[in-house]
Design a binder for this molecule. Sequence first.
Ligand SMILES: C[S@@+](CC[C@H](N)C(=O)[O-])C[C@H]1O[C@@H](n2cnc3c(N)ncnc32)[C@H](O)[C@@H]1O
Length: 245
Amino acid sequence: MTDSKTAQPTDDAPQTETGNRLFGRRKGRPLRKRRTSLIEDLLPQLQIPLPKPGDRLDPAGLFDTPKREVWLEIGFGMGHHLAWQAAHNPDVGIIGAEPFLNGIAGLLGMVDDESLNNVRIQPDDARPLLDALPDASVGRAFVLFADPWPKKRHADRRFIGPENLPRLARVLKDGAELRLASDDMGLVRWMLEHTVKHPDFEWTARRPSDWRIRPDDWPATRYEEKAIAAGRKPVFMRFVRRPRG
Ligand SMILES: C[S@@+](CC[C@H](N)C(=O)[O-])C[C@H]1O[C@@H](n2cnc3c(N)ncnc32)[C@H](O)[C@@H]1O
C-alpha cells in the first residue's frame, strides 16, 4: 500500500495508556463542526470503558439489548465496513478499535445518520481492548487493509503477526471467523505465513476465487477502493478459529 495516508514510522510514536507504542496517525485534517460535536457528544455514549489491566470486560453487557454475538473490527479506518456490518446485522453487537480521530468521527456520523444502536468504540489501540475481552467472547473479527509496514525493520509493527495472533486466538470463539484483507503482497505473504503456522487458525480457502473475490457479506473499505483505483488487486482471506481441545 503506497497511499500517502499510510502510517509513517516515527521515533516518538505515542504510547497508549497501557504503554504499548502506537504507530500511525491519530489526527488528520481539522474536524468540521458536526464531526467535532459527534466526538464530544456521541463518542462518550459509545466508548467502551476499559477495565484496569488484568480485569476483563463484559462485551455483551455493552449493548442495550441482548445480542446474538459480538464481532470486532480492528483499524476500522473511516468506518464504512463496520457501519455496513452493523446495519446488516442488527442482532450482532459490533465493537471497533481505531485511534485515528477523523476515522472515529466518520463512523460516528454513520452511526448517527443510520440510528445504529449496536456499535461500541475503543477510540484507541486495539491491544488493550483485546486484553480486556474474555476468552472465547468474539464471534467474528476483521482486520482489513492493515498498515503494511513494508520495510523489513518495521515488520514487527504489522498488526497480524506473532504478537497479536495469540490475542485474537484467545478472544475468538471456537469456529469464529477471522477476516483479513490487503493489497500489499508483502503483507499478504506475512499474514498468511504467520496465521497458517499458528495452531489455532485454519485458512478456509480451497480455490483461487476464495481469496480473489470478496464475499457478498463483506463490503469494500475505503482502502480497498483506493487500491483498486490504483490498479492493485486485493486479497481476501478467511480463517477459522480451530475448536479448543
Ligand atoms: C491502512 S488503514 C485501513 C483502514 C480501513 N480498515 C480500510 O480498509 O479502509 C489501517 C488502519 O489501522 C489503524 N490502526 C493501526 N494500528 C492500530 C491498532 N494498534 N489498533 C487499532 N487500529 C489500528 C490505523 O489508524 C488505520 O486507520
